[in-house]
Design a binder for this molecule. Structure first.
Ligand code: NAP
Length: 296
């Protein structure tokens, strides 16, 4: 079984970012917005800052107290959103309950929305060409920003020369952060996609139909060889902590030996590619801004 490491894909994305930077007249800046002290958020913030800085990009963090009011947060968010020195925004979610997250999804400038959160609804967006990021993903329009993790999975497959057209792909998980947008991106690549979830009957059998299995569940080591067709490719999106306090994915990686042809490890797989995609989105956002400014 081949171990598909994220580092090799990240290195290729770094080259693309460096080429993009050559065409820019300034160093693009990402602003990470964190509310509260959630350890998962802090860990993601650290990883993203390290990766983007190592790619030659600028990163600043804006941290707000976990009990900030809805009104006060919206005021702060509006100021960051309008700040011309900010090229891209990454808002760590979920936000605390007192903040209306859907309002923020509507507020965020689509040109700075690097993780594709704006807005969740296709309803009332007419024509579809006026739709913004997540709606674009669902309508097959590639001009916006897809959620970074979903795009990282597609990068991982394509950069490892794994064909998608006509292939059967099972996506286990249907969240708006990963499973659903990933399914749409795979569909755009002409894969035949089956979206599975907690109510899917006979899940192992359904997964065993797939040439490529992507696990986006959030359940430590749930996917073992009984879910995997012989020689299938397995992509593990999960980030979990096991009973020994160790970081692990949704896939029991060792158990796939002899069944899967290739699989991604956790850690060392999709996670690092997600932040490399974020870097790529930041450069694209800055390039779009530069083009817009030069057309004024
Ligand atoms: P989520 O919102 O909790 O969604 C989990 C999905 O898995 C749901 O659709 C759920 O189905 C489904 N599910 C749960 N238990 C299942 C079961 N026993 N059988 C089949 N399906 C089941 O989680 P998420 O935000 O999508 O994240 C998923 C995983 O990816 C987590 O481990 C998260 O930490 C990780 N993640 C990684 C990255 C990265 O950069 N690598 C980024 C984001 C998230 P229902 O809809 O029916 O409830």
């Amino acid at each position: 079984m081949i171990t598909m490491k994220g580092a090799a894909v990240s290195a290729k994305l770094k080259e693309q970012v460096e080429k993009g930077l050559e065409t820019l007249t300034w160093v693009p800046k990402l602003t990470i917005i964190r509310v509260g002290e959630n350890p998962d958020d802090i860990s993601y913030e650290k990883g993203a800052t390290k990766k983007l800085t190592s790619f030659g990009l600028e990163v600043e963090s804006k941290v707000f107290p976990g009990d900030i009011s809805d009104e006060a947060f919206k005021k702060e968010f509006a100021a960051i959103n309008a700040d011309a020195s900010v090229d891209g925004i990454l808002m760590l979610r979920p936000l605390p309950k007192q903040i209306n997250e859907q309002d923020i999804e509507k507020m965020i400038d689509p040109a700075k929305d690097l993780d594709g959160i704006s807005p969740q609804s296709l309803i009332n967006i007419k024509p579809v060409t006026a739709a913004v990021n997540i709606a674009k993903v669902f309508s097959g329009d590639t001009s916006g920003f897809a959620p970074c993790t979903a795009e990282a999975v597609v990068c991982m497959l394509k950069m490892n020369d794994i064909a998608l057209s006509g292939k059967r792909v099972a996506v286990v998980g249907r969240s708006m952060v990963v499973g659903r947008p990933l399914s749409m991106l795979l569909l755009h690549e002409n894969a035949t996609v089956t979206i599975c979830h907690s109510r899917t009957a006979s899940l192992p059998e359904v997964c065993r139909e797939a040439d490529i299995l992507t696990a986006c569940v959030g359940k430590a080591a749930m996917i073992n060889h009984t879910y995997v067709k012989k020689d299938a490719v397995v992509i593990d999106v999960g980030i979990n902590i096991d009973e020994n306090g160790k970081l692990c994915g949704d896939v029991d990686f060792a158990d796939l030996e002899g069944t899967a042809s290739a699989a991604t490890p956790v850690p060392g797989g999709v996670g690092g590619v997600t932040t490399a995609v974020l870097a790529q989105h930041l450069v694209r956002a800055a390039r779009m801004k530069q083009e817009k400014n030069s057309n004024k």
